[in-house]
Design a protein around this ligand. Structure first.
Ligand SMILES: *[C@@H]1O[C@H](CO)[C@@H](O)[C@H](O)[C@H]1NC(C)=O
Ligand SMILES: *[C@@H]1O[C@H](CO)[C@@H](O)[C@H](O)[C@H]1NC(C)=O
Ligand SMILES: *[C@@H]1O[C@H](CO)[C@@H](O)[C@H](O)[C@H]1NC(C)=O
Ligand SMILES: *[C@@H]1O[C@H](CO)[C@@H](O)[C@H](O)[C@H]1NC(C)=O
Ligand SMILES: *[C@@H]1O[C@H](CO)[C@@H](O)[C@H](O)[C@H]1NC(C)=O
Ligand SMILES: *[C@@H]1O[C@H](CO)[C@@H](O)[C@H](O)[C@H]1NC(C)=O
Ligand SMILES: *[C@@H]1O[C@H](CO)[C@@H](O)[C@H](O)[C@H]1NC(C)=O
Ligand SMILES: *[C@@H]1O[C@H](CO)[C@@H](O)[C@H](O)[C@H]1NC(C)=O
Ligand SMILES: *[C@@H]1O[C@H](CO)[C@@H](O)[C@H](O)[C@H]1NC(C)=O
Length: 449
């Protein structure tokens, strides 16, 4: 809507505006998961003499974005002078100043407490249902039963009726870094609970919900993955763009990498093995922790076959429960998939061109740290659909995400050509035009949805 007025005066300005708008908007909003969010729900189960006991449940409704170790932390600001007497299935990171209390000391007296999950193996008497997974939260499409996390707080000095209680303010969710923004708490219809034998239904005394959404822009992350391409019809392997995720030898964090031939490799990796989330990558031209390679392998009469390889270049991370999201128009005719799980993702209903792929449990769901075992692979067999061609880079994916992060693609004019394909200019022009039209569609969808 915004840019239409510029249409007549100056097309160049339109283009510029279009690109800046497009880039900022895709970063702040994910067209492949437009309704994705994490809700934090407070169910007051009991009023106590000075406050209440609430079960706080987090549901990850995002299709493919999960929270991996070292896990989530959730914070808020109390509206009054509340304290937390006790937490089950979680703990606050700091106790704060409880010097006013004699004898019975609260668990936390901070005005802005931060709660984290407990680790697996926590004694049974400190657990509640859905707690104690070290803050790991699976994604909705991949593992809905583990897309929920919960803890219970006993709050004191709070209101003791639904008229005197004040909702906490300014919720924050870290995963563990930035990226999520949470809205205000809103009172909603009290949750109903069914007993395990399904013979009785109880309900919360009061329930409020907070909705948190993710933006890669807010996370301010440099890209974390890139895509390389090859095909049986052209010997060229198109590598990840140089400096996709950082440049070698360039300043402190982005430029530090490890040469796999370094004699002290093991000690360098071990020394860096602190509980840090900044990746320690193998030196490559792209410097990405993850590379996804798409190889067009075989052409049959009615089918064609692709090999996908995901390689880990990060010495500091084993990616458990990794996932890929791949967009390609032929996914509506995916016929067979080897050794990966598949689920179609179609937020717009009719367009079935996006797939979520992830590993098979106990076989390749664990992507090992950089090294000889640091890769997983699969083959996809597509039935050729009406638009099928090898020309113009059609066989290559339009977009790839790894663990919810958009991967850097080679520029369309670098895609391997068919031998004797038209001039390079023609190919690149057509690809750019397609890309632009596709981008426009996304933008318009965004503006109207
Ligand atoms: C949160 O996600 C759920 C499931 O996708 C969706 O139904 C709901 O509308 C979303 N909420 C918001 C505020 O976007
Ligand atoms: C408090 O509870 C009463 C009775 O259950 C209900 O009618 C009222 O709407 C509630 N008020 C709020 C603010 O939730
Ligand atoms: C909540 O956040 C807003 C904006 O960041 C700030 O103005 C306000 O003071 C905060 N409220 C509390 C109670 O911290
Ligand atoms: C509140 O959150 C729960 C999930 O945590 C969801 O099922 C429910 O629909 C939400 N309620 C509203 C009104 O958004
Ligand atoms: C790792 O931790 C040790 C002590 O716990 C510290 O001395 C060292 O500097 C840390 N190394 C890095 C790379 O942060
Ligand atoms: C990754 O897993 C392997 C095998 O389970 C283990 O030896 C290694 O220490 C792990 N690496 C990291 C960075 O956690
Ligand atoms: C999308 O296409 C695939 C492959 O034909 C099919 O298995 C899947 O059910 C389709 N999904 C939807 C939502 O139509
Ligand atoms: C491809 O899938 C679409 C939608 O599922 C279907 O209408 C079409 O017939 C399929 N084409 C082939 C060649 O199987
Ligand atoms: C393979 O594709 C590259 C572009 O990536 C092109 O420069 C080269 O000429 C192609 N090779 C053949 C044999 O067509």
């Amino acid at each position: 809507m915004l840019f239409f007025p510029f249409l007549k005066p100056c097309p160049c300005m339109l283009l510029f505006l279009f690109f800046t708008l497009f880039y900022t908007s895709t970063e702040a909003y994910d067209p492949l998961d437009p309704f994705g969010n994490i809700t934090i729900k407070w169910d007051i189960r009991e009023w106590t003499p000075d406050g209440y006991v609430a079960v706080v449940t987090m549901n990850n409704f995002q299709q493919y974005r999960h929270i991996s170790a070292p896990g989530w932390s959730v914070g808020w600001t109390w509206a009054k002078k509340e304290v937390i007497w006790q937490v089950m299935g979680g703990q606050t990171t700091e106790q704060g100043d409880c010097s006013k209390f004699k004898g019975n000391t609260p668990h936390c007296c901070k005005k802005d407490p931060t709660v984290v999950d407990l680790l697996p193996g926590t004694p049974y008497n400190q657990q509640i249902a859905n707690c104690c997974r070290g803050g790991v939260l699976s994604s909705w499409a991949q593992d809905p039963t583990n897309a929920v996390s919960a803890f219970q707080v006993s709050v004191g000095s709070a209101g003791t009726t639904n008229k005197t209680v004040k909702l906490p303010l300014n919720f924050t969710l870290k995963a563990p870094g930035p990226g999520y923004t949470c809205g205000p708490a809103k009172t909603v219809t009290p949750t109903k609970f069914t007993t395990p034998d399904k013979r009785r239904v109880t309900q919360a005394l009061m329930t409020w919900n907070v909705t948190c959404t993710y933006s890669q822009f807010l996370a301010q992350k440099t890209p974390t993955c890139c895509v390389s391409l090859s095909s049986f019809y052209n010997d060229t392997i198109v590598p990840c763009p140089t400096c996709s995720c950082g440049c070698q030898g360039n300043s402190a964090q982005s430029g530090s990498c490890v040469d796999p031939r370094a004699p002290r490799l093991a000690s360098v990796v071990k020394g860096a093995g602190n509980k840090s989330i900044t990746p320690l990558v193998q030196c490559t031209s792209h410097m990405c922790p993850i590379r996804v390679h798409w190889h067009i392998k075989v052409n049959y009469k009615e089918y064609w076959r692709v090999k996908v390889t995901v390689t880990n270049f990060n010495y500091r991370m084993n990616y458990s429960d990794w996932n890929l999201v791949v967009q390609h128009p032929n996914f509506d005719n995916l016929t067979q998939l080897f050794s990966f799980n598949y689920k179609s993702i179609n937020p717009y209903g009719s367009i079935n061109d996006t797939a979520m792929l992830w590993g098979v449990k106990f076989y390749n769901d664990f992507l090992n740290q950089a090294g000889p075992n640091g890769n997983v692979q699969s083959e996809l067999l597509f039935r050729k659909d009406d638009s099928f061609m090898f020309d113009k880079g059609w066989g290559f994916p339009r977009r790839i995400y790894f663990n919810g992060d958009n991967c850097v693609m080679p520029p369309p004019d670098a895609y391997p050509w068919l031998p004797n394909a038209g001039s390079k200019l023609e190919v690149s022009l057509v690809s750019y035009l397609t890309l632009m039209i596709a981008s426009l569609v996304v933008l318009v969808l965004h503006a109207y949805c």
